[in-house]
Ligand binder design. Structure first.
Ligand SMILES: Nc1ncnc2c1ncn2[C@@H]1O[C@H](COP(=O)(O)OP(=O)(O)O)[C@@H](O)[C@H]1O
Ligand SMILES: [Mg+2]
Length: 331
């Protein structure tokens, strides 16, 4: 079957900077990326690399102070230039987001069921009764046992995993084309994390929702992502299939990230094993931002390498990429 539809979401040379005493913090620096309909695209990178900023930009949720350029295309609209009123109509309807901590997304004094129902009523002209019926159906779909009974409970009576399921139910309430999940399982323990990932994968398959799954955990990526975009210090350094990323990473940063995967799978464990640190984004290195930490860096790397490649080989932004054809020795 050939698909003729365009990407579900497209970022086009997106740049975001925040003012600071040290000068503008360049958190997203020229990112172009397409999210295809019904794929799960992983966005990975260490803390402070701009993943959340990219997500917030895609949702039109950046603070007023942020300076944004480039485009965020959802269908034929550019979300970076829409009025807040129009954005509010689109958010929670055509594009929705799930955050790391479900408690911050849920109102503590409202029943969880009503919160899901309200998301529906905010965008659809349906009766309370219909909204409740649909909310219950969603709660069952996201795997909440005894949904009927739990509908009337406040969030604090639920476990972290169950709360995150409610948040996902609310996010999916209006069948968005795009779901952005920013570290949705980081706060959960490993078993629950796996269940939530399976849930996202199942929902994507059944509903055809395109998912941008942000995580610093490559284990999460390996479980459910079709493709992976690797972000370093505000820039994309590699975009390829999950298989390519894990078997033949082309960017030295991707390779370093893979070596740093914590074997224990501690929830929320940060990657600390790559020597050096993410640079200060108020004064990032000129050229390749990874060069100061890169074992292969040469003088050439003071010029920014473009992200180049094709469908078969993936794309990499590096003057000295590792060959995807090489034999890989056991890690
Ligand atoms: N609202 C903000 N105001 C100022 N700086 C910010 C803001 N949000 C993020 N930053 C800065 O942008 C950079 C990227 O942060 P972030 O997008 O949160 O990265 P990640 O999600 O990959 O950990 C960091 O240097 C961070 O301090
Ligand atoms: Mg983040």
């Amino acid at each position: 079957m050939t698909r003729t539809t365009g990407p579900a979401l497209a970022l086009d040379d997106l740049r975001v900077s925040f003012p600071s005493a040290q000068g503008p913090v360049s958190a997203v620096d020229g990112v172009s990326l397409e999210l295809r309909p019904d794929e799960i695209l992983g966005l990975v990178g260490e803390s402070g690399c701009g993943k959340s900023t990219l997500a917030n930009a895609a949702m039109g949720l950046l603070p007023e102070s942020a300076e944004v350029s480039g485009a965020v295309r959802l269908g034929d609209r550019d979300l970076t230039i829409l009025a807040e009123r129009d954005l509010r109509r689109i958010r929670g309807d055509e594009i929705a987001m799930v955050f790391q901590d479900p408690s911050t997304s849920l109102d503590p004094v409202w029943t969880v069921g009503d919160q899901v129902a309200e998301t529906i009523r905010a965008h659809r002209d349906v009766s309370r009764r219909e909204a409740k019926a649909r909310a219950l159906k969603l709660m069952r779909e996201v795997g909440i046992p005894s949904a009927e009974q739990r509908y009337g409970e406040p969030p604090h009576r639920m476990s972290g995993g169950m709360k995150q399921r409610i948040v996902i139910a609310a996010a999916l309430a209006n069948d968005p084309a795009v779901l952005i999940a920013d570290e949705p399982t980081t706060a959960l323990d490993v078993t629950i994390q796996a269940q939530i990932l399976q849930l996202l994968d199942g929902l994507r398959q059944r509903r055809g929702t395109a998912v941008l799954l942000i995580t610093h955990d490559l284990g999460v990526v390996a479980q459910v992502c079709d493709r992976v975009a690797v972000m370093y210090a505000g820039q994309l350094v590699e975009v390829a299939t999950t298989e390519q990323i894990f078997s033949h990473p082309a960017h030295p940063y991707t390779e370093a990230l893979l070596r740093a995967v914590p074997g224990t799978g501690e929830p929320g464990a940060e990657l600390t094993v790559i020597p050096g640190q993410v640079p200060d984004l108020a004064a990032p290195p000129v050229g390749c931002r990874f060069a100061p930490r890169c074992p292969f860096a040469t003088e050439e790397c003071s010029i920014r390498p473009p992200l180049e490649g094709d469908e078969a080989h993936g794309a990499v932004a590096c003057w000295h990429p590792r060959s995807r054809d090489r034999e890989v020795t056991a890690r």
